[in-house]
Structures are given as C-alpha cells and as structure tokens.
Write a protein that binds this ligand. Structure first.
Ligand code: ACO
Length: 322
C-alpha cells in the first residue's frame, strides 16, 4: 500500500553537554586505560551532563536548533516523539516537558522507550502518523543522560556511554521521491536480561543502574542490524551500492565496521561519531546526522540508511531520501 504522504526531513539539530570526559580522565579514576577503551570500542571521549543539564534541557535545545534549520516556528509542530530511557521524571513524559519548554500548546507529545533503537522507532512511528494524514509536522527527538544511570565503579559499562540529544523535523509532503522510504522494526524480549537497568518504579522504587553482558550484546548485534537493513534494501529495491551515507547507532566501532563490511557498504560512506560522543543511546543517530549535515556530507537527494540495536532486544533500520 503506498501512502499519500511522505515524511520529508526538514532539518536536524543537536546539543551536547559542555563537559568532555576523556578516556585518560576515566583511567585516573578506575582500572582502565585509553588503549583498552579505544581498541575495543573506538571511543576516545564522551560528553557528560553537568548541573542543570538534563534530558529535557538537552532535548529542548536540539529541537530548537532543528526547528531553526527547518525554518519553522514551534507553533507549526503537531507531533512530538521523544525517544529516551533517561527521562527527567518517571512521569510526565519528557516529550510534554519539551513541548512546554518550546511553547507548543497544540498537537500531541509522548515518549517512546526502545533504548538505543529509540530514534529509529521514533522516526518510524512519526512516519506512520504523517503518512496517514493525521498529523502534518513532527519533531522526533533522541535525548539521553545515561551518565545518571551508570555504575561509575563498573569499568565494563561506565566507559561506554555518554550524554546528548539530537532532533529531526519531519513534514508530511504529497508526492515526490524524498522522505522516509521504508523502515523495519523488531523486538525480542527473550534477550531482556542481557542489557537492562536494575531498578524501576514498580520493582525497586529506585532508578537503578545499567547492567550489560557486553559479549552477548556484541554477538547478536551485527546479525540483527544487517537483517533489518537487508529487509529495507529489498523493500525499496536498492542495494548497498546505492546508499550515500550509512548512519548507524554509535555503540562500538567494531560493530559498525563489521556491519558495514557484511553489507558491502564502503567504509568512506559510514558516519562515525562514537570516538567523540561514546554511546548516547537514542541520541546517537540524530547526533551523527547533525554532524554529517553540518559538515556538508549529507546533502539533499542523498540516500541515507539509519539503524540501531539496543536493550530489549530491540532493533530496526530506516531508509531516508534526504
Ligand atoms: N578497561 C580495562 N579492562 C576491561 C574493561 C575496561 N573498561 N572492561 C572490561 N575489561 C576487561 C575484562 O574484565 C576482561 O578481563 P579478563 O580477561 O581478565 O576477565 C577483559 O577486559 C576482556 O573483557 P571482555 O568483556 O571479554 O571484552 P570484550 O572484548 O568483549 O569487549 C565490550 C567488551 C567493549 C563491552 C564489547 O563486548 C562490546 O562492545 N559489546 C557490545 C556492547 C554494546 O555495544 N552495547 C551497547 C549496544 S546496545 C545499546 O547501545 C544500549
């Protein structure tokens, strides 16, 4: 079934906390080294939120920048989806807090929880709303402060993550070849214990800390993301050679390289930010998109593949004509 409206990207924006924490700084606090972290993950540094910086403040700034790039006023947005696992409060949704901060009083705003896959799930959800004609312009935001759910004594997890936010404005447009072409989402809760947070309102009444069986996650990641990407290729009738930019979730350089190689996507088409941002979960893809748009790599008409895999497990991919 072909939809009447396509969800066309009007702008992206990003916001990173001011403070940068290098691998060397972590090595001064826990038993790790720049060499170990860089070799295993590609990470050199990450941004960490300071006092007054939260998922909502970072998300609001990223959204404002995306709106400015799109040349739109907040009043023109009628759908806000915030992908986050680190909301400011258990409720209300960070989406309604960002909605209020932007001065938006119309439309609908809600959070979406798919951990690191959240941005791909958010783009896909917004696309369904826009394609149906029920909504006109969406803000999809990935915003996280994982530093606040890390166990800073656990060297197997705390070196991997960072904070930040990214946003994308999508607009429903009739006809043309731009916009979200196809997307594929998957979840399999049998893997829930491999990557989780050991707290929550209904269990411990605490926020909890991130726990991960890194090797297990690694083992599944490449197969899962390449499966959904291949399904997108098939759906859209395109091949790896047609892709202009591959913008994967930035968890680990080795996972990214192995996925690109398995698909036959040339390394020079892969956007990498994990070295500077670490893993910012749902924020990592829009942060990377913002970097590649700002430095002139992603241009109108380019074919862009985004993909992610995360806790749940959840995973997904979306193909976008910029
Ligand atoms: N510094 C130094 N040594 C460390 C550190 C550290 N920060 N962390 C672990 N080690 C040690 C371990 O204790 C172990 O020591 P041992 O051999 O004496 O027992 C050794 O290094 C090897 O540990 P492994 O866990 O086997 O290391 P591995 O090569 O698997 O790398 C890593 C670990 C980087 C976590 C890897 O498994 C990985 O990237 N997994 C995927 C994780 C991921 O991407 N998660 C996010 C995806 S989903 C989402 O984004 C939420």
């Amino acid at each position: 079934m072909s939809a009447k409206f396509r969800s066309v990207v009007r702008g992206v924006g990003a916001c990173l906390p001011e403070r940068v924490v290098s691998n060397a700084e972590l090595a001064a606090r826990i038993d790790t080294s720049d060499e170990w972290i860089a070799q295993r993950t590609g990470i050199r540094q990450r941004h960490v939120a300071g006092e007054g910086e939260t998922t909502v403040t970072l998300g609001t700034r990223a959204a404002s920048r995306a709106l400015a790039r799109a040349g739109l006023q907040p009043a023109e947005i009628d759908l806000i989806i915030v992908a986050t696992s680190t909301p400011d409060h258990t409720f209300p949704a960070s989406a309604t807090e960002i909605q209020a901060a932007l001065g938006i009083t119309q439309g609908v705003a809600f959070d979406l929880q798919a951990v690191c896959s959240g941005f791909v799930f958010g783009v896909t959800t917004a696309d369904k709303f826009l394609a149906s004609g029920s909504h006109k312009r969406a803000l999809v935001i990935g915003a996280e402060t994982f530093s606040r759910i890390l166990d800073w004594q656990d060297r197997t997890t705390c070196v991997l993550f960072g904070d930040g936010a990214g946003a994308m404005v999508l607009e429903a447009v009739e006809g043309g070849d731009k916009g979200v072409i196809t997307s594929k989402l998957r979840s399999d809760g049998r893997h829930r214990a491999k990557l989780y947070v050991d707290g929550g309102p209904s269990t411990t009444q605490t926020v909890g800390h991130l726990r991960m069986e890194g090797k297990e996650v690694f083992k599944h990641a490449v197969g899962m993301v390449t499966d959904v990407i291949k399904a997108c290729f098939e759906d859209a009738g395109v091949s790896a050679q047609d892709i202009d930019w591959f913008v994967p979730h930035q968890a680990n350089r080795r996972i990214i390289d192995a996925s690109a190689d398995k698909l036959g996507i040339a390394r020079d088409k892969v956007v990498i930010t994990v070295d500077r941002h670490g893993n910012t979960s749902a924020a990592s893809i829009p942060l990377a998109l913002d970097v590649a748009v700002s430095d002139g790599r992603i241009k109108p008409g380019d074919l862009v593949m985004i993909e992610a895999m995360g806790g749940g497990f959840t995973w997904g991919a979306a193909l976008i004509r910029w």
